[in-house]
Ligand binder design. Structure first.
Ligand SMILES: N[C@@H](CCC(=O)N[C@@H](CS)C(=O)NCC(=O)O)C(=O)O
Length: 211
């Protein structure tokens, strides 16, 4: 095994796919440790030594340091390889919108998904599951609509170059309330996401990882 490799704890249909997409575009080899943490206790146990939050994506860097938090991982990988232009540089005025929306997707949208596997996590009874999930999905649709109203995309979300923000939105918009509602709430974002889905460098990844 090549020790200078990334190890990624991830799963199909999860936020790790955005990281997998970034690693793919950057041509960085990685070992994937697969496990659906939201559904399988064994997967949670497997990632726990690296990430006590028992969540994915969890990335072990070639030097052994662990990174968690999808937005942080994506920003880090993009900044590490500036020539690939997957993030605006800190001197670029688009950097502000980049950071704003990266953190927004992470905190306003992705974080809400933690509630769904077990609504007792927020103190709701199991019998309220359907209503809670519905409320979470309504909130997520509202957040996508709010982002849509404040962003004027070019070919991609921040202009004419694809960034890790595009990969992030293309991934998180596949979670509940799923793509159809995403497209209704955020038609401008949806048009960009379609372009990201169609990127020939990523087509195989999207097909395999969101079957
Ligand atoms: N803040 C974390 C959230 C990660 C997250 O929620 N991951 C989900 C999978 S998509 C997970 O591992 N869930 C496990 C659980 O619900 O216990 C991030 O942005 O990376």
């Amino acid at each position: 095994m090549n020790p200078a490799r990334f190890t990624l704890y991830g799963a199909a249909a999860s936020g790790s796919v955005a990281v997998e997409a970034a690693l793919t575009l950057l041509g960085l080899p990685y070992q994937l440790i697969e496990g659906a943490t939201w559904a399988e206790p064994a997967a949670r146990d497997r990632v726990a030594p690296a990430n006590p939050m028992r969540q994915i994506p969890t990335l072990v860097l070639p030097d052994g340091e662990v990174m968690t938090e999808s937005a942080a991982i994506l920003i880090y990988l993009a900044d590490l390889h500036p020539a690939a232009r997957l993030a605006p540089a800190s001197s670029d005025p688009r950097r502000r919108a980049f950071l704003r929306w990266m953190l927004y997707v992470s905190s306003a949208i992705y974080a809400l998904h933690w509630i769904k596997p077990d609504v007792r996590r927020i103190g709701a009874p199991d019998t309220a599951r359907e209503a809670v999930v519905q409320a979470v999905h309504d909130r997520i649709a509202f957040c996508w609509a709010t982002m849509d109203a404040q962003l004027t995309p070019g070919r991609f979300l921040l202009g004419d170059e694809l960034t890790v923000l595009d990969l992030y939105v293309a991934t998180v918009s596949r979670f509940g309330p799923w793509r159809q509602r995403f497209a209704e709430a955020a038609p401008g974002l949806a048009a960009v996401v379609q372009r990201v889905d169609d990127d020939p460098r990523l087509a195989a990844l999207w097909t395999t990882r969101f079957p």
